[in-house]
Design a protein. Structure first.
Length: 235
C-alpha cells in the first residue's frame, strides 16, 4: 500500500523545506531556537528520551536524528523505526544511526494516516518537535495520537514536545518567530493550546502527563486506547 497517497499539500509544502542544505545546519538551528526562542533547551528533550527509550523504538518526525544519536539506549542492539514525510531527513538520520551501529527501518509517511509499520507494537514512540508542524487544530491533528496508540505496546510509552501558541509564556522574539514560521508554512500551530493538547492526548491514552517549559509542552502518555481490531477510521 502506498503510505504517501493521503499526504496533504500543506504537509508536503512544510516538509519540502528540509533539503540536504537545510539539514546541514538543522542541528544548530534547532539548538538555537530551543535554547533562545522557545526556552526549552535540547537537554530537556534529550532527558525525555533517556528516561523513556525502549529497545524497540519508533521515532516520528526525525529531523537529523540528533536525539536518537545522543540518547542512551537500554540495550546494546536496539531496533529503531523512523517515520518522516521527508526522504532527506530519513536518509540523514539513517546515516548517522548507522555510525552508532544501528540499522534503522525508514518509512515515508504522515502521522495523520495509519502508520505503515506492519501492525507492530513498539515499546516507545516519540514525536518530538513535530506536532507544531502538523496542519490543523487539535480536533484534526489530534488524530495522530490515535494512530500512535494503535502501534504502541500495552506497557509502552509515547513521549514528545511541541511549541504551543497559547497557554504558555511567549517573548517578543518567540512571537515574531512564530509569525514568520506561520507565513512560510513551517509551523501550523496558531490555534495550539495546552488544554487542547491534553484533551487530544487523553482521547488516545489512559494516563497522560503534560508539563511546560518556556513556550513548549512536554509530555508522556501511557495506556493506549486502541480502536477495535478491524475498525476503520470514520471520515
Amino acid at each position: 500500500m502506498d503510505s504517501t497517497s493521503g499526504i496533504s499539500q500543506a504537509e508536503r509544502d512544510g516538509s519540502a523545506l528540509y533539503s540536504p542544505k537545510v539539514l546541514s545546519i538543522y542541528d544548530f538551528w534547532v539548538w538555537f531556537n530551543c535554547r533562545f526562542v522557545w526556552r526549552c533547551p535540547l537537554r530537556q528533550t534529550l532527558a525525555l528520551y533517556n528516561a523513556n527509550m525502549s529497545g524497540d523504538h519508533l521515532d516520528i518526525g526525525t529531523g537529523t536524528g540528533w536525539h536518537l544519536c545522543h540518547t542512551t539506549y537500554p540495550t546494546t542492539q536496539p531496533t529503531v523505526t523512523l517515520v518522516d514525510l521527508n526522504q532527506h531527513s530519513l536518509d540523514e538520520t539513517s546515516r548517522r544511526l548507522r555510525q552508532r551501529g544501528i540499522d534503522p527501518v525508514a518509512r515515508v509517511a504522515s502521522v495523520l494516516q495509519p502508520l505503515p509499520v506492519d501492525r507492530r507494537r513498539f515499546g516507545s514512540v516519540s514525536a518530538t518537535w513535530l506536532m507544531h508542524c502538523v496542519p490543523g487544530g487539535w480536533d484534526s491533528k489530534g488524530k495522530a495520537f490515535g494512530h500512535i496508540a494503535d502501534v504502541l505496546a500495552d506497557d509502552g510509552v509515547f513521549f514528545g514536545a511541541s511549541v504551543l501558541a497559547r497557554d504558555v509564556p511567549h517573548t517578543a522574539l518567540s512571537r515574531a518567530t512564530l509569525r514568520r514560521f506561520w507565513r512560510t508554512g513551517v509551523f501550523h500551530n496558531a490555534a495550539d493550546d495546552l488544554t487542547g493538547l491534553v484533551a487530544a492526548l487523553e482521547r488516545a491514552f489512559e494516563s497522560v502527563e503534560v508539563g511546560t517549559r518556556g513556550s513548549a509542552a512536554v509530555w508522556t502518555a501511557r495506556g493506549p486506547r486502541r480502536a477495535p481490531e478491524g475498525a476503520t477510521e470514520s471520515t
